[in-house]
Ligand binder design. Structure first.
Ligand code: AMP
Length: 394
């Protein structure tokens, strides 16, 4: 199997990581006639329930990795904190997408920020911090409030601390665990947006409509599409995401999270790149011709990229912790699509599922990523009809 071979129906996709992203990828693969083998150290992984096969093993277990590679035609991952050595080991045996380069860049916040500035892409002011003393110097330069972020292994706001007021650098440094970090200026943003973009093995790119995101305590709470930003800014955000995908040599789906800043909210700062399918792209499952999950499978298997056209506007809400207990209320809403991840324990803040509520596509907001030729008018009026039926039922 070479990096160029098309993996058609009947092929097998290996996925590292067994969380909800792996689960939704596995379902999308199944719809294309492909099957999946999932490797994850956690025997209770929610993705196992929908995969053809599973390997319960540590990411450093070379015997298990070799056996896993034997079973599949191509390998991908659902999260970016896969050890580089694991990817190298697997890449000697099977094609791995995204390749090692985008992974190594996006695993380290400092390398990622430097790559962005090298390519003229605006980011918040930042400085590397490897000691309490360096943190003091960086704070003097960047000012307060600022955010100290671990360079590696952070997600959902973990491994970061806001530094305000009088907290002294030594304490802040200790609280983060004394790990290599970066200090970032605190951005007073108008709103946060993200762009989900796919790049195939030939460098073709397809982007979804820009999504507006609201976070709570560093965790995504809600995504709305289209983002309430000017059309030219949405175009710029899309172009920036496509540029980044090309620069890092990405293959598959990736997300670029950005802050909307400046007077009247007309400028962008890139916050973070996720080299994978992303929570802020879940709405594509219900509002687009081809979901981000199918798109990722298509890109890594050498299929043509699917249409990113949107047939409805949408708001996606994460069901965190016990919020999942409201599933019946959401299930009763005819404009809502309910997705439950099958996790046994609803720990506080844990992503247990999500709900996407569809509304008719607004003609005034038809950005790139929506198109007439996919019958959006009919679908939009279906949604409107469903909504009016729902209203009548209440
Ligand atoms: P991150 O893990 O970097 O994506 O950060 C998680 C969330 O924390 C972001 O989506 C923002 O809501 C917030 N955040 C991160 N960095 C900054 C910053 N430099 N200024 C203001 N808010 C931030």
């Amino acid at each position: 199997m070479t990096d160029r071979e098309v993996i058609g129906p009947g092929g097998r996709v290996g996925i590292l990581g067994g969380g909800q992203l792996g689960r939704m990828m596995a379902v999308a693969a199944a719809e294309l006639g492909l099957s999946t083998v999932i490797l994850c150290p956690d025997p209770a992984s929610p993705a196992f329930a929908v995969a053809a096969d599973k390997v319960v093993a540590d990411y450093a277990d070379e015997t298990a990795l070799a056996a896993f590679a034997e079973q599949v035609d191509v390998i991908t991952y659902e999260f970016e904190n896969i050890p580089a050595a694991t990817v190298e080991f697997l890449a000697e045996r099977r094609p791995v997408f995204p390749p090692a380069k985008p992974l190594s860049i996006t695993q380290d916040r400092l390398i990622e920020k430097r790559m962005l500035t090298t390519h003229g892409i605006a980011v918040a002011p930042f400085a590397p911090v490897d000691s309490a003393e360096q943190l003091g110097d960086a704070l003097a330069r960047i000012g307060r409030p600022a955010i100290l972020k671990a360079r590696r292994f952070g997600y959902d706001g973990k491994g970061q601390a806001v530094i305000r007021g009088s907290i002294d650098p030594a304490t802040a440094w200790q609280e983060l665990g004394g790990v290599p970090a970066i200090l970032e200026g605190y951005v007073a943003f108008h709103t946060e947006v993200s762009v989900i973009v796919a790049r195939d093995r030939d460098g073709e790119v397809a982007a979804y409509a820009v999504t507006e995101n609201r976070h709570e305590n560093g965790v995504l709470a809600e995504s709305t599409v289209p983002a309430a930003i000017p059309a030219d800014l949405a175009e710029e955000a899309t172009a920036v995401a496509a540029d980044i995908a090309a620069v890092i040599g990405h293959v598959g789906v990736m997300a670029v999270e950005m802050f909307v800043v400046g007077e009247g909210g007309r400028a962008l700062l890139v916050n973070e790149i996720a080299p994978r399918v992303h929570n802020s792209g879940h709405w594509t499952m219900d509002a687009c011709v081809c979901s981000q999950f199918e798109q990722h499978i298509r890109a890594i298997c050498g299929w043509p990229l699917g249409s990113t056209a949107r047939h409805a506007d949408a708001t996606m809400v994460n069901l965190l912790g016990t919020a999942v207990e409201d599933w019946q209320r959401y299930a009763a809403d005819p404009a809502a699509r309910v997705h439950i991840y099958g996790k046994a324990e609803a720990r506080p803040g844990r992503k247990m599922g999500h709900v996407t509520r569809l509304t008719p596509l607004q003609a005034a907001a038809r950005p790139a990523g929506s198109a007439d030729e996919y019958g959006q008018a009919e679908l939009a009026s279906d949604t409107a009809q469903a909504e009016s039926e729902a209203e009548q039922a209440h």
